[in-house]
Design a protein around this ligand. Structure first.
Ligand code: PMP
Length: 445
């Protein structure tokens, strides 16, 4: 019998532990299941038929809104035409078409994309691409990677190694060697700064210190989320990314921007590269690539990275010894093409930019609520942080996520921070709905 057809009491006891849920407590979920049975546009409906406004556009990956017909139709048509092609040494037209469209909207030197199935795979692929690049360049001694405290780069072993989250270190102690962490850029002094903080650029000099300590010629790459998302929307201080780029240039280090969240208009420009005017060498993408319809990620390589790797390989040799059975899956490529068409036809990146001030003002209206500790934001991405329960970081956030749900709004919470990131189709009234539900939930604490 379907979970939905069962009386709720039955569902609770019988059916909710066979699926071991990601980043969740199954046992807790079982006690009060929150099942979404329908979604459309800005809204979700739960199994009781309650309507919720989606404050985080899924996991920041549905900027065109839920259940877009043109994407579903494109996927269906593709599946009926050609549902799968083995992607090694064999191709299908949709992936080339999608790559061509995608590189058209990307910053100029990014003319090559390697398709994967998630953000985590994009990160591990980027790590390998960096290694392949230095090897091709005669610099295989560059084996050290630099990441940052409070970074989140997915859940595969490369990404876990790069992630600066204590929980990862405690739970999965065996990680890649030779990774050093720069400090994160949040500090109390900059609390409630809208946009980029004025101070903190000097934190980029951590990278300079690593070059002096380990030798710049041993460092392969720096991985950076231009705005750290999954650890609470940490906006880079003015001048910080520029300084990181400068140090990378001085020492031949590659710069990787993890744009899994910031890519595709989230910051009010197509990519963080456009928002901050700093050019990396590699960009990782996922999430909004297919508007959440089909799992997909991508790694975009600059001409220099691509050409260095491909030109170094002997004739007919495999240039980049890497790939997945589902790399460039036809259904995902079809979804991606239909998604980019929506972004373009509906001017959604511009719409995100237009809505940004209203959105940021709306979330800043929560700043005087006593339990609010900080608010941060850029574009259509905001973090509302509450004071943790004494000695129990993250517990209050976890509880508040559930309370917010029952108050009619879905938002992703990370630790004690709600990450608000509405879809770009949102009207001002949707932003109001999200912020009103947040206010009600915060005030009740
Ligand atoms: N990098 C960043 C910056 C992310 O925010 C995420 C997901 N939140 C990932 C990588 C991993 O993506 P996925 O969950 O698709 O593997």
């Amino acid at each position: 019998m379907s979970v939905l057809a069962e009386p709720i009491e039955q569902v609770k006891t019988n059916s909710l532990e066979q699926h071991w849920m990601p980043f969740s407590s199954n046992r807790d979920f079982k006690n009060a299941p929150r099942l979404i049975t329908r979604s459309e546009g800005m809204y979700l409906w739960n199994q009781q038929g309650d309507r919720l406004v989606d404050g985080s556009s899924g996991l920041f990956n549905v900027p065109a809104g839920h259940a877009r017909k043109s994407i579903a139709d494109a996927v269906h048509a593709q599946m009926m035409q050609n549902g799968y092609t083995a992607p090694f040494q064999l191709g299908q037209p949709t992936s080339f078409e999608f790559a061509a469209k995608l590189t058209q909207i990307m910053p100029e030197p990014f003319n090559h994309v390697f398709f994967v199935n998630s953000g985590s795979e994009a990160i591990d692929t980027a790590l390998k691409m960096v290694m392949a690049y230095h090897r091709a360049n005669g610099e295989a001694q560059r084996t050290r990677f630099v990441s940052r405290e409070r970074a989140y780069h997915g859940v595969n072993m490369g990404g876990v190694s790069l992630s600066g989250m204590v929980k990862n270190r405690e739970t999965f102690p065996v990680v890649m060697p030779n990774i050093v962490m720069m400090r994160h850029t949040w500090n109390e002094e900059n609390a409630f700064t809208k946009g980029q903080p004025e101070t903190g650029a000097e934190l980029a000099n951590d990278l300079q210190r690593f070059c002096e300590t380990y030798g710049g010629s041993t460092i392969a790459a720096v991985f950076i989320e231009p705005v750290a998302g999954s650890t609470g929307t940490l906006v880079p201080p003015k001048g910080y990314l520029e300084r990181v780029r400068q140090i990378c240039d001085e020492h031949g280090i590659l710069l990787v921007f993890d744009e899994v969240i910031t890519g595709f208009g989230r910051l009010g420009k197509p990519f963080a590269v456009d928002a901050f005017n700093v050019m990396p060498d590699i960009i990782t993408l996922a999430k909004a690539l297919t508007n959440g319809a089909i799992p997909m990620g991508a790694v975009a390589a600059s001409d220099q990275v691509y050409e260095t790797i491909t030109e170094a390989a002997p004739e007919n040799a495999i240039e980049f010894f890497h790939g997945y059975t589902y790399s460039a899956h036809p259904a995902a490529c079809a979804a991606g093409l239909a998604t980019l068409k929506i972004y373009e036809d509906e001017g959604l990146f511009e719409r995100a930019a237009e809505l940004s001030d209203y959105f940021l003002d709306a979330i800043w209206s929560l700043q005087d609520i006593p339990i609010v500790k900080d608010i941060r934001g850029y574009g259509l991405m905001g973090g509302v942080e509450v004071h943790p329960l004494p000695g129990k970081p993250g517990i209050r956030g976890n509880e508040m996520q559930k309370k917010l749900f029952w108050n009619g709004c879905h938002a992703k919470w990370t630790g004690d921070t709600a990450i608000l990131a509405p879809a770009f189709i949102a009207e001002r009234s949707h932003v109001d709905e999200i912020v009103d539900a947040m206010r009600k939930t915060l005030m009740a604490e």
